[in-house]
Design a binder for this molecule. Structure first.
Ligand code: 3HC
Ligand code: NAI
Length: 697
């Protein structure tokens, strides 16, 4: 018997305890152990019931995702579940922690299900580009009805025990130890004379309009295909017997297993967990952080303060004047009211945060005791240097000093203090209490424990943190600046902002680059262009000025109601701003360009090639440690479609050699912009992929 399953007897009940830390994934050894356990129980004299219970933090987190993409190993999960369900003994699942995917499917194969109140269940396979593949699509709706089953499967969300009980997924909820609960429940079932009760034998609920549900789910899924296939899998249970339904489910499951979407989403799953684990910070203890200061309470400072307050930290927010401080307090109060409304905090927590955890101040002398400071003042080096001078004067030794700058040189900022080892960048994204990404910018002299503190803070705030080195724009904004420039070049050559946005939204981006610019504020890009022109543009670089004209007329995008789009009908009802195309045409004429047409496919190809090329430079220069760091920055900060895994995973999938050839071909007409990244050239020459670099660590 596998060492993953402990077999024990409790009177006439055989207990199978699963021990596969950390989350009891259903690896081959676990499946074999369960199969052997059920067989042993059936041959064990006097046993009348079997209890399956997980040790540690979960019942089962599902199939072992590390086995995906490899040849399947027996016993297969659907066969094991059928075997459990067919047992003449009563089989009980006692659930705690999570029962996800194959884990819930095992429970559905049991005859009775009991759970502790804190248990959560779900079928999250769609988040991996799959559908439930071990009977979930054939059994769940027999308990819940089709609509609820589809909701669980197509959203992949976890539901609590009470809701699962209401839906009929769980038979009993009982507080206490899962093993004791399971034994007591099984004993009671035996006393009551209960018989095995296979879910597969329950009648089918009313059917629905399958084609309508398929199309509606597809339309909702923004290009992701697996949610809609849940509909077809359930539909199969109405078209033939249970065994044939299972076969249909299995076929869809394996077809999806071959897709790029599955590869992209599993890459995202593991990268999301790997991005915050840096080999060089293993064993480096972060400094304790309970009390922070935020300097500047504008858009970003208020958002950062909100995130910290919601995470239970004390916050001193420093503004230039009592009036500016009051405005910052109002911004934070607005954010907190949203959190209260969405149930993230209750009335009491809301009051505590506003009345005591948050202090608005104007004097640096009040910051002597804080553990960490995040500066979020105007994007101006001289202003920032003055702030860091003050912080150096008042902060206690060991306090971590961070800047939220978007583009400025953290080394230069650090050099103005007497303690550059304590200085780093913590680059949040707007709105900072909502967006998941945090770039932890490690400067030349940043001490390892200071970098580790940045990551620990990110974790405390519920962020996905990626390490970045110092350069103009760090990882994300540097790459953004390049692919945005590529889009501007396509506009000069004949594409329209609306065609580009539409093509990229069809590719899967949450928003196209021009809609993003309108959201962020066109003044931001304008300021960057002015700064770069002041620094001196390379004579070979193509420049565009049409967007400056929009700004000169006071059109900054959504916040002024007009930018590339007109928002008179509201933020979601954008329509093209009719002033934009004439400005573009005038600029083409001034530059002597005869416009040509672009296909949507070419737009995506060029845009992605520019993104991948810059990302390869970012990795090659060590600004990002690994390709997966870039992928996670684009996924969590820039609306890159998760089902494509990230730009560098996408590049691996479509093929690096083809991309490099395209880049070289584009360079024929613009060799300055399209300089192939040395790392990309090297990978193609050596036949390796970006993912190979991830594996090297
Ligand atoms: N297989 C393999 N490893 C898994 C895993 C799984 N199903 N679930 C989690 N892990 C690993 C994680 O990679 C992580 O490893 P690391 O420590 O080396 O980074 C470790 O377990 C702990 O995971 P988390 O850091 O995510 O721990 P949390 O406590 O934050 O979350 C969790 C736990 C809610 C279980 C979360 O890990 C999760 O959502 N896991 C995936 C669940 C899932 O998608 N299940 C469906 C699988 S597909 C399936 O079952 C197909 C079937 O229908 C045939
Ligand atoms: P903002 O203009 O909304 O806010 C800046 C605030 O700083 C103002 O409230 C101002 O009163 C205050 N301030 C200025 N000088 C100060 C000083 N010496 N002492 C105390 N307070 C001072 O600017 P925003 O957008 O919040 O940006 C702040 C920083 O965050 C900038 O460095 C910016 O580049 C960066 N950033 C901005 C993002 C965005 O989307 N807006 C995203 C990520 C970073």
């Amino acid at each position: 018997m596998s060492d993953k399953i402990a077999y024990s007897r409790h009177g006439d009940i055989a207990v199978l305890s699963v021990q596969n830390p950390p989350v009891n994934a259903l690896s081959q050894a676990v499946r074999q152990g369960l199969l052997d356990g059920v067989t042993r129980a059936e041959g064990d004299t006097g046993v009348r019931a079997v209890l399956i219970v997980g040790e540690g933090r979960a019942f089962f987190a599902g199939a072992d995702i590390t086995e995906f993409g490899k040849p399947p190993m027996e016993p297969y999960l659907p066969d094991l579940i059928n075997r459990i369900e067919a047992s003449p003994l009563i089989v009980v699942a006692s659930m705690h922690g999570v029962s996800l995917g194959g884990g819930l499917e095992v429970a559905l194969g049991c005859h009775y299900r009991i759970a502790v109140p804190s248990a959560r269940v779900g079928l999250p396979e769609v988040h991996l580009g799959l559908i439930p593949g071990a009977g979930g699509t054939q059994r769940l709706h027999r308990l819940t009805g089709v609509e609820a089953a589809l909701d669980v499967m197509t959203t992949g969300r976890q539901i609590g025990a009470a809701k699962a009980h209401e839906l009929g997924i769980i038979d009993e909820i009982r507080d206490g130890d899962p093993r004791d609960n399971g034994i007591a429940y099984a004993e009671q079932l035996l006393v009551d004379g209960a018989a095995p009760r296979p879910v597969s034998g329950l009648p089918l609920p009313a059917a629905i309009d399958w084609d309508g549900a398929f199309e509606a789910t597809l339309a909702r899924s923004k290009g992701q295909i697996s949610p809609a296939w849940c509909v077809r899998a359930i539909q199969a249970s109405y078209e033939n017997d249970f065994a044939e339904g299972l076969k249909a489910e299995r076929k869809i499951f394996f077809d999806l297993m071959q897709t790029d979407q599955r590869k992209g989403m599993i890459h995202a799953f593991f990268s999301e967990r790997a991005v915050g684990n840096l080999p060089e910070l293993k064993g480096v203890a972060p400094r304790p952080v309970a009390h922070i200061a935020v300097i500047g309470g504008g858009t970003m400072g208020a958002g950062i303060a909100t995130a910290a307050l919601l995470a239970g930290l004390r916050v001193h927010l420093l503004e230039m004047s009592p009036e500016a401080g009051e405005a910052a307090r109002e911004r934070i109060a607005g954010n907190l009211a949203g959190a209260l409304k969405r149930g993230k905090i209750n009335d009491e927590q809301h009051a505590t945060i506003l009345n005591s955890a948050l202090q608005i101040v104007t004097s640096y002398d009040t910051l002597a005791e804080v553990d960490l400071v995040i500066e979020a003042v105007f994007e101006d080096m001289e202003v920032k240097k003055a702030v860091f001078g003050e912080l150096d004067r008042v902060c206690k030794p060991g306090a971590v000093l961070a800047s939220n700058t978007s583009y400025l040189d953290i080394n230069e900022i650090a050099a103005t203090t007497s303690r550059p080892g304590d200085v780093l960048g913590l680059h949040f994204f707007s709105p900072a209490h909502v967006m998941k990404l945090l770039e932890v910018v490690v400067a030349d002299k940043t001490a390892p424990e200071v970098a580790a503190t940045g990551f620990a803070l990110g974790k405390a705030l519920g962020k996905i943190s990626a390490r970045a080195g110092v350069c103009d724009g760090f990882i994300g904004n540097r790459i953004l600046s390049t692919y945005r420039t590529c889009a501007d070049h396509m506009i000069l050559d004949g594409a329209s902002p609306y065609q580009i946005d539409t093509a990229l939204e069809a590719f899967g981006f949450a928003m196209g680059p021009f809609a993003v610019a309108d959201l962020a504020g066109l003044d931001i890009g304008w300021a960057v262009r002015k700064r770069k022109r002041a620094e001196g543009l390379d004579s070979r670089a193509r420049d565009t000025t049409y967007a400056d004209k929009l700004c000169e007329d006071g059109h900054f995008g959504q916040k002024t109601g007009k930018g590339y789009y007109d928002y008179a009908g509201g933020a979601r009802a954008r329509v093209p701003n009719p002033d934009v195309l004439p400005l573009i045409e005038a600029e083409r004429a001034a530059q002597g360009i005869t416009p040509r047409t672009f296909t949507d496919e070419e737009i995506v190809r060029r845009y992605m090639a520019s993104m991948v090329n810059e990302a390869a430079k970012v990795v090659g220069e060590g600004i990002a440690r690994r390709p997966l760091d870039v992928d996670m920055v684009l996924l969590f900060g820039y609306g890159f479609p998760r089902y494509r895994g990230g730009p560098l995973k996408w590049a691996d999938i479509v093929g690096l050699d083809g991309l490099l050839s395209d880049i070289k071909a584009y360079a024929d007409t613009d060799p300055y912009f399209w300089q192939p990244a040395p790392l990309l050239t090297e990978l193609v020459a050596t036949g390796r992929t970006f993912d190979d670099l991830n594996k090297e660590g």
